[in-house]
Write a protein that binds this ligand. Structure first.
Ligand SMILES: O=C(O)CCC(=O)C(=O)O
Length: 209
């Protein structure tokens, strides 16, 4: 698959590197006990990391049933657990740095990484909360590293209400915390704009899916 996206203007490093999680981190409190932390440009050299993951991850195409038809899930997927060989050492470093920063508040460390490849603006994920496993009943955190083309991550209160969105650029970190997976839903909406591919890396604690 050829990689076609506009490399970030800020992206200067040869090897991808992580900045401190806390530097420039801003918390957005949401109603109902949810919050979103945003840390722009956490990864320097994010475009190289994007290209490495794009070319080296064994991406999986899933299908699901919809209205009695089997349809393709509109994005490609991969998943790495504690015993997996991770596709780039920086992702393991990122998991550990997130653990160092959030463990006091979360009460545990991050464990797994789910990866999604959005090939263009037609790829998307519909409104949902990560509510399989413990996150159905407990507060937790899901930390997302966004790589490649910019996309918007939209959020809306579960059950209805006004939505908001965060523009995610290459190397940005967004963390959903508190009750966010139970009381809010999030989505990556389709866009008719000519956007290139994006990879999302979602770090989750053990037992949260
Ligand atoms: O692409 C993203 O950043 C969000 C992905 C997501 O919500 C999910 O896979 O559950």
């Amino acid at each position: 698959m050829p990689v076609q996206f506009q490399a970030s203007l800020f992206d200067s490093a040869d090897e991808p590197t992580l900045g401190p999680v806390a530097a420039g981190l801003e918390r957005h409190e949401l109603p109902r006990g949810a919050w979103v932390d945003l840390r722009p440009r956490w990864v320097d050299g994010a475009d190289d990391l994007f290209a490495h993951l794009h070319d080296n991850v064994a991406w999986r195409a899933d299908e699901r049933e919809m209205y009695e038809r089997v349809v393709a899930v509109p994005r490609l997927l991969a998943w790495f657990g504690e015993r997996s060989i991770w596709p780039h050492p920086l992702l393991e470093r990122a998991r550990e740095d997130l653990g160092d920063h959030y463990e006091g508040e979360l009460g545990e460390r991050f464990s797994t990484a789910g990866l999604c490849l959005y090939r263009d603006g037609r790829d998307s994920v519909a409104w949902h909360g990560d509510r399989i496993g413990r996150s159905r009943t407990q507060d937790t955190m899901v930390a997302i590293l966004s790589l490649g083309s910019p996309r918007r991550l939209a959020l809306r209160p579960r059950g209805g209400g006004e939505s908001l969105s965060f523009a995610l650029g290459s190397g940005d970190l967004l963390v959903m915390g508190g009750s966010c997976q139970r009381t809010w839903e999030h989505a990556i909406p389709k866009t008719a704009k000519p956007v290139g591919p994006r990879i999302s890396v979602q770090f989750r604690p053990r037992g949260v899916l």
